[in-house]
Design a binder for this molecule. Structure first.
Ligand code: C5P
Length: 262
């Protein structure tokens, strides 16, 4: 396994430690079974779920900053696994092969000046995991039980080490059933598509709104209807509809909710 990560001296949410997410992490703690809510104590986790483009990552990161919690973007983990599988020429239709390759992935995630950086080994793949090709193929890995088991284990190990804001699709329902705070972040489809288009425009990319809307709908449909860990609101999650909310108001609403319960 590789030595000290390249980002070792970069700031990570108040500490100078790189947060390594790897099966063989020397910091990893006891193993927990997938899908088994063994996390029997209430834990200091803000679990944020929701559909594509609801603002989970941007809002989640800012909430983490405000609270002094670590931030975990689990979508980036599925993206990194997809990139790694493609890079290694893995058969994307073979769930066993996908599980094996995911288990071999030396994944590092770090917060660099408020921006998430993702590496596999020495290679920075922060931008590479956001391509349309990765987004198209990701459902193959997201649907593979063994892939999920492995990534869920890493997510639980990470959050057991520090208070964490974690966003994804199955945070409140499967990964952290005992999270102290659960949020289901939502917004209308039109608003989510509009926000996504604005993000692309910021990067100088023009996308057709109707096509973007169809893509979002299709990804949500796949995430909501898959057999393993589908996207759904946990029964005890608080719904935050951000259609009419600014970014700052959305962040404030979650920070207030956390402080209410603290
Ligand atoms: O959050 P993001 O859009 O980057 O996630 C990409 C994809 O990864 C999702 O559409 C979903 O299929 C998968 N994912 C998942 N479970 C998570 C996070 C992401 O299945 N906890």
């Amino acid at each position: 396994m590789l030595g000290l990560p390249a980002y070792a001296d970069e700031k990570v949410s108040g500490s100078t430690r790189d947060r390594r997410i790897s099966r063989s992490s020397p910091l990893s703690i006891r193993r927990r079974g997938f899908g088994n809510p063994v996390c029997s104590q209430i834990t200091d986790i803000v679990a944020i779920d929701g559909p594509v483009g609801a603002g989970k990552s941007s809002v989640g990161r800012r909430v983490a900053e405000r609270l002094g919690f670590a931030y975990l973007d689990t979508g980036a983990m599925y993206r990194a696994a997809t990139w790694w599988a493609i890079e290694n020429g893995t058969d994307l239709d073979n769930p066993e092969a996908l599980t094996a390759i995911t288990q071999s992935m030396p994944l590092y995630m770090s917060d660099c000046n408020g921006e998430l950086r993702v590496r596999v080994g020495e290679q920075d793949i922060t931008e590479a995991i956001r391509t349309p090709e990765i987004t198209r193929q990701i459902c193959k890995l997201a649907h593979a039980l063994g892939v999920r088991e492995h990534l869920v284990r890493l997510q639980r190990e990470f959050s057991a080490r520090q208070p964490t804001v974690a966003d994804g699709r199955d945070m409140g329902s499967v990964v952290f059933p005992k999270a102290r705070w659960k949020i289901y972040l939502d917004a209308s489809l039109e608003e989510r598509a509009r926000r996504r288009a604005a993000q692309f425009a910021e990067k100088g990319l023009q996308v057709e709104l109707a096509e973007l809307t169809r893509d979002i709908e299709e990804r949500d449909r796949k995430d909501m209807t898959r057999a393993v860990s589908p996207l759904r609101k946990a029964p005890d999650a608080r719904v935050l509809d951000t259609t009419q909310l600014t970014f700052d108001r959305s962040v404030d609403a979650i920070v207030d909710f956390v402080r209410e319960v603290l």
